[in-house]
Design a protein around this ligand. Structure first.
Ligand code: DX5
Ligand code: ZN
Length: 215
């Protein structure tokens, strides 16, 4: 069964506490929090203060997805804000290995994210050092986009790469996930499903989470 990670980008920020309580009641295991800087991606979302508030509402894992340049400047702040997992973008890090080590030294799980155009092969020399690979199935920056079908092929490649080397790395897929396409994503080898719009914009978020969980 996949791990479900609702993305709060699609939630109603005016009702954040109720949205958190709803997800707390659900079968979702992770809270996915999208941080954007208007530099790496053409959008700005939220930062440490919101992560800190959300942290107070839940004992579930806070899975922070940094879509920012120079993430090393903020890793410690996100740890203080309560992040359990910190994921940085391959495309945003000149010294990715150093960034991953920094995150692990701060006692958080370390993730590397790749954009839709970034080949899975590029992960070869960092894969053994990370806990999570977050594969974007849309171009990062906005919720509510359409799943890019080529992602399925990339998931299969990454699954093979991880299994052949006997590594303990989770494959997290992010963007455009719906109850209708989730089964093929999990069949290809995904461990974690991030979903924003399909959960928070639905009339019955708990039912959508249950659907994604029990495919
Ligand atoms: C996009 C974010 C995603 C986004 C997913 O840049 O990384 O986590 O919130 O939203 P949906 O599920 O609506 O595509
Ligand atoms: Zn995300």
């Amino acid at each position: 069964m996949p791990i479900i990670a609702p993305s709060f980008l699609a939630s109603d920020f005016l009702r954040l506490q109720q949205e958190c309580e709803l997800i707390n009641k659900s079968e979702a295991e992770w809270f996915h929090l999208d941080v954007m800087d208007g530099r790496f991606v053409p959008n700005i979302s939220f930062g440490m203060p919101l992560v800190e508030q959300i942290r107070k509402t839940t004992s579930k894992a806070c899975d922070v997805h940094l879509m920012i340049i120079e993430p090393e400047k903020y890793a410690e702040d996100f740890k203080k804000a309560g992040a359990d997992h910190l994921t940085v973008h391959f495309e945003a890090c000149t010294h990715l290995h150093r960034n991953i080590e920094q995150i692990k030294n701060l006692s958080m799980k370390a993730g590397v994210a790749i954009n839709p155009h970034t080949p899975v092969d590029f992960l070869k020399d960092i894969l053994q050092d990370v806990d999570i690979v977050l594969m974007m199935s849309v171009n990062p920056g906005f919720g509510g986009q359409k799943f890019i079908p080529h992602t399925i092929e990339k998931i299969k490649q990454l699954r093979r790469m991880i299994d052949e080397r006997g590594l303990n790395v989770l494959i997290e897929i992010d963007g455009g996930i719906l109850p209708e396409n989730a089964a093929s994503i999990v069949a290809a080898g995904a461990d974690v499903l991030v979903a924003g719009s399909s959960i928070f914009k639905s009339k019955d978020p708990l039912a959508v989470i249950a659907q994604l969980k029990h495919l």
